[in-house]
Write a protein that binds this ligand. Structure first.
Ligand SMILES: [Zn+2]
Length: 231
């Protein structure tokens, strides 16, 4: 088992960055990957001690599997070069300072969550704040709406210009020949998100009818984003 269970099945880079902003309460070490996880808070051991890692017999051991009766066993293959010996001594001296607690399970205390538990929501909010990402007000309007969930998701994809119109498909698949420069409905513009959902003559007609039903006048906005900025 390569992945530790402490933070579930999250990818390795995500686990490492989350552990950086968390406190691990060591228990018996049965949920921490010895080489992969940044459990000593200096970096993953496989990166800090690359030569020992290469020489190690097993790369997927948990912390608890690397210590027996208080003695660390790095399980290094015989006949390795001298550098490995030196590096392994450094690693062992650092491991001597680790105190495992046999009375409890490992726990990860997430500082960014009110309840100190990892949740996708709290992790996102933490990353958004630390990376200086501002909230997308337009997306907020979509998620607050009373539309069915699948409509909300589709609208959100439109806002992000991620729906599979010809221009997006062509960007993803260079081997396809799908004429993104020509809207298959009106043949008057490129099949891109803005055209398909705002400017295509047939779509404009639909918007005008909808506005008419609400006694409003349809004034085409400058961009998809503008649609959600309006009151
Ligand atoms: Zn069109």
């Amino acid at each position: 088992m390569r992945q530790a269970k402490l933070l579930g099945n999250l990818s390795l880079p995500v686990r490492r960055s989350l552990i950086m902003v968390s406190t691990i309460k060591w228990g018996i070490g049965g949920r921490i990957s010895f080489w992969d996880d940044n459990w000593m808070r200096r970096g993953a051991l496989e990166e800090l001690f690359p030569q020992v890692y290469v020489a190690a017999r097993s790369k997927s051991k948990l912390v608890t599997e690397m210590i027996r009766e208080g003695i660390w066993d790095l399980r290094i293959r015989p006949r390795v070069n001298a550098n490995v010996g030196e590096e392994s001594q450094q690693l062992l001296s650092q491991l001597q300072m680790v105190q495992l607690n046999s009375d409890r399970e490992d726990a990860c205390i997430c500082h960014f969550d009110h309840y100190e538990k990892f949740t996708v929501c709290s992790a996102f909010q933490h990353l958004a704040v630390s990376d200086g990402v501002t909230k997308c007000e337009e997306a907020e309007a979509i998620w607050r709406s009373l539309a069915p969930t699948k409509v909300k998701f589709f609208t959100w994809l439109v806002l992000l210009e991620k729906v599979s119109v010809a221009k997006v498909l062509q960007r993803r698949r260079h081997d396809l020949y799908i004429s993104p420069s020509c809207c298959i409905i009106c043949h008057r513009g490129a099949e891109m998100v803005e055209h398909t959902f705002l400017r295509c003559v047939f779509v404009s007609d639909l918007w005008e009818r909808l506005a008419g039903e609400l006694d409003l006048r349809w004034v085409p906005p400058g961009s998809i984003k503008e649609v959600f900025e309006r009151d």
